[in-house]
Each structure stands twice: as structure tokens, then as C-alpha cells.
Design a protein around this ligand. Sequence first.
Ligand SMILES: [Zn+2]
Ligand SMILES: [Zn+2]
Length: 181
Amino acid sequence: MGDIEVNVSFPLDDEGFFRRECPFCRKEFKVLLTKEELGTLAHEGIDSFMIAPQEEVSLDEDVQREVEYCCPYCGQGAPKDSWWTQEQLAYVNIFAQNIIASIVNESFLGPLKRNLGHQSSGPISISFKGREMEQQEPWISPEVNDMDGFDLPCCHRKIKIEDGKMSCIHCFFCGFTHERL
Ligand SMILES: [Zn+2]
Ligand SMILES: [Zn+2]
């Protein structure tokens, strides 16, 4: 069996921003990702489900190992696969489940059906009653155009944040603290 290619496309808002959620404070914000970053999202998402569940890695250990992004609100850092919103996780999970279903259907039920199919030409007919694992149609709500844009001059990137009274915003990409006027 070769590698399985899955194309998970995530909804973006009209300006191309992608929703993220902080694993610490659970607040949502959006980032404008490059084409390349968007392209790797699907793989990261699926991988995080397909890899055998690791022993519950505590976030603290993770942070020390590979902090890649910082929360704009609370400033805490976490690896890049820690920023899924609950809805994105549920959405990616459907793709992962479908992959598992197709693996089971193809590699187990498929050959079984074909073998039984040959035998049915004889005097004894065996019918196959195994049920295929069902595939679900992935669904995620379309992205809405909420939140306010915020420029990150440190990285020449843009994010969108919920308008709050925060006196400073941390750069998602480098963690730099920007005072808000
Ligand atoms: Zn946070
Ligand atoms: Zn930055």
C-alpha cells in the first residue's frame, strides 16, 4: 500500500485568514498563512490523528521541545500542531476516520469478498454479509469575516484578533510583544 494522499481543505475567510485556537487560553484568532503553510496543514492534521496516540505528552514538555508559535493573547508558546480549533479537529478527524475505513474496506473486506466471489460459482454458494465501514462526508462551518486585523511588523505577517482590551499582542510567529496604542 502506498502513501495515502488526502486533501483536506479548510475554510478561510474572505481575506484568506485561517482560524486558530490557543491550547492554553482557548481564545481564537486568525492568521494569514502562506500557500506553503496552508499546504502542509492537511498533512499535519491527518498525521496527528494517524500516528499512534502517544502517551499523553504534557504541554510543558512539548513547549520545551519545540515551541513554534505563540498565542497572540496570552503569549504562551506551543508546537505547530497545537493550534487547531475544536471544530477543525472534529473535521480532520472525519478525514482520518475515512482513511481508516478505506484501509479496512480495501485491505480486509475487499480480498475477502473477492475470494468468496470465486467460490460462489461452485455448488455451494457463500454470500458475504460483512458490512463495509462507512465513510462520512466531512463538514465544517464556513469561515465568517469576524475579528480585527493586526499587523505584525516583526515578521511582516498579519493576524486577526478578537477585539479585546489587551494592552499588548504577541506575535504568533516569533512571540515578539507589540504594545497596543
Ligand atoms: Zn492563549
Ligand atoms: Zn513576529
